[in-house]
Ligand binder design. Structure first.
Ligand SMILES: *[C@@H]1O[C@H](CO)[C@@H](O)[C@H](O)[C@H]1NC(C)=O
Ligand SMILES: *[C@@H]1O[C@H](CO)[C@@H](O)[C@H](O)[C@H]1NC(C)=O
Ligand SMILES: *[C@@H]1O[C@H](CO)[C@@H](O)[C@H](O)[C@H]1NC(C)=O
Ligand SMILES: *[C@@H]1O[C@H](CO)[C@@H](O)[C@H](O)[C@H]1NC(C)=O
Ligand SMILES: *[C@@H]1O[C@H](CO)[C@@H](O)[C@H](O)[C@H]1NC(C)=O
Length: 466
């Protein structure tokens, strides 16, 4: 819209200029001006042509939503103008008792998502040039409103929340650089949240950025590109350090939740982890090698940390996933220990998510997700055809209650059933070896509570129409 208006006003200005100067100028100048106008017009047409189909789609969808609203006794009336109710599913091909809800709103492929550290929000980025903010609290409700932020003149490819949950770091597709977005409050007294671009970093990467992150210390930002470069930035957009991963090409780059480490994987069979060190006065000191995960026999597609960075999970072209104990004295030369491993049943690029407590592993390949109780190396469940298109992201929420995965335009929100089962199994094991009636009673109580919670989840998702 802004782009169009800019072109329009430019057009009007140059027309006015021309009519003023007409007659008093030599013919050649007039011809040049006419030429410029023709060029402008062509440009304008092409801009309109590009934008039109999208507009049509949008207004058609809006009409559909409006119709659906009136058929359903205007249940949509309560919806805030700033937020839209996610459109009702057109064709739901996936239904399962583990499915909590489907988030719909984007009009193109979702490419990235992240949870806010305060546990309240999910942000999604899509090729439709929008960022959408969803409320985690609403995952168990029927309606899912979202707040939309536009990525002006570009689209976000990767997105990460700041530690205070009030800003976002995003990489941009065209610029191939970082833009900082702020979550603000509307100053109309409504306190409605807005998402707006605040700062653009200079473009420094030669190849596409494939990962962004921000340290929980709030002191630095990481970008990782598909060559072997990782850049560490301060919050103003100055490069503090450049890392060469020596992994032929990078497939994944992340910042650990503890805010100390950056890690990367790629064509080589290891995952490399560095510590970003700040001195006592709070200024940047250096990037130091910390440790490596060594044990795979082929390139590592993806890896993840648990919430305190004491565990990591990785998935490789060698068709295995592995969970590692990374709580080691690496400064004393200790290596991470391999804890658990399992087979990936499907070939092809895989995604991995490790639950906050490090207990559950989810491995996504194409449109399938396998849930593992890692500690027992037991494959609990495989969900197939979760999406119509290949999966783009897989992540546990901060509380470990949900696993979200995006594929195509939608996000599927799944209950952490494997996690509940693991909790129940742990408690039952404790109960078997417990001594003293007080302890036994308490454990029995906890087991029945956990079972009840799980039953409630499975029942409520069966009840709700899908
Ligand atoms: C709308 O539906 C509610 C209950 O679903 C009903 O009480 C109400 O009368 C309906 N209103 C109209 C205008 O149909
Ligand atoms: C903000 O949200 C309120 C509801 O919380 C809604 O009534 C209001 O219209 C919204 N304002 C704007 C400007 O979107
Ligand atoms: C990484 O390098 C390998 C080997 O040179 C190549 O097969 C692969 O396609 C590259 N991947 C990317 C994402 O460039
Ligand atoms: C990590 O998750 C566990 C289990 O969900 C929770 O008890 C713990 O407080 C979390 N720790 C951090 C550092 O967030
Ligand atoms: C799954 O959720 C339950 C209940 O909230 C929790 O106790 C458990 O730690 C979670 N599991 C995982 C793997 O996060």
């Amino acid at each position: 819209m802004d782009l169009k208006q800019a072109y329009l006003s430019f057009g009007v200005v140059s027309m006015a200029n021309m009519s003023e100067s007409e007659g008093s100028l030599p013919l050649i100048a007039v011809t040049a001006a006419v030429g410029a106008i023709v060029l402008l017009f062509t440009l304008l047409c092409s801009v309109f042509r590009k934008d039109k189909p999208k507009e049509e789609i949008e207004s058609e969808q809006d009409k559909k939503t409006a119709n659906a609203g009136s058929e359903k006794n205007n249940s949509n009336k309560k919806v805030k103008p700033a937020t839209k109710t996610a459109k009702k599913p057109a064709h739901i091909s996936f239904s399962h008792t583990w499915l909590s809800c489907t988030l719909k709103g984007h009009s193109s492929r979702i490419v990235s998502l992240d949870f806010s550290p305060n546990g309240k929000y999910l942000i999604t980025a899509s090729e439709d040039r929008a960022l959408m903010l969803w409320s985690v609290k609403e995952f168990r409700q029927k309606e899912h409103k979202y707040i939309r932020g536009n990525v002006e003149f570009d689209s976000a490819t990767h997105v990460a929340f700041s530690p205070d949950s009030r800003a976002l770091v995003a990489s941009l597709a065209n610029e191939n650089a970082v833009r900082i977005f702020r979550l603000g409050k509307k100053d109309d007294g409504s306190h409605n949240v807005t998402i707006s671009g605040a700062l653009d970093f200079p473009s420094k990467h030669k190849l596409d950025i494939i990962g962004v992150g921000i340290s929980s210390s709030g002191k630095w930002i990481m970008t990782c590109s598909s060559d072997t470069t990782i850049l560490i930035w301060d919050l103003k957009g100055e490069v503090l350090a450049t890392i060469d991963t020596h992994q032929v090409n990078n497939s994944c780059g992340k910042v650990s939740p503890c805010g100390r480490f950056v890690a990367s994987s790629g064509f080589t069979s290891d995952v490399k982890v560095w510590e970003v060190v700040f001195d006592k006065s709070g200024s940047f000191s250096s990037v130091k090698r910390a440790f490596e995960l060594k044990g795979h026999s082929a390139g590592v597609y993806d890896f993840d940390f648990n919430n305190d960075s004491r565990r990591m999970a990785s998935v490789s072209k060698d068709n295995t996933w592995k969970v590692w104990d990374t709580d080691v004295r690496y400064d004393m030369g200790q290596d991470p220990k391999l804890l658990y491993s399992g087979k990936v049943s499907y070939p092809g690029p895989a995604l991995i998510a490790l639950s906050p407590d490090g207990r559950t592993v989810a491995v996504g390949v194409d449109t399938s997700i396998a849930f593992w109780d890692a500690a027992n190396e037991h494959q609990d469940q495989v969900l197939e055809n979760v999406h119509a298109e290949s999966m783009s992201c897989l992540k546990f929420d901060i509380g470990g209650r949900y696993l979200v995965c995006s594929g195509g335009k939608h996000v599927q929100v799944l209950h952490n059933v494997t996690g509940y089962k693991a909790t129940i199994a742990d408690l039952e094991e404790k109960l078997r070896t417990a001594s003293g009636p007080g302890m036994k009673d308490r454990l029995k109580q906890q087991v029945s509570e956990a079972k009840e919670a799980l039953e409630n989840i499975l029942l409520s998702s069966k009840d709700s129409p899908k």
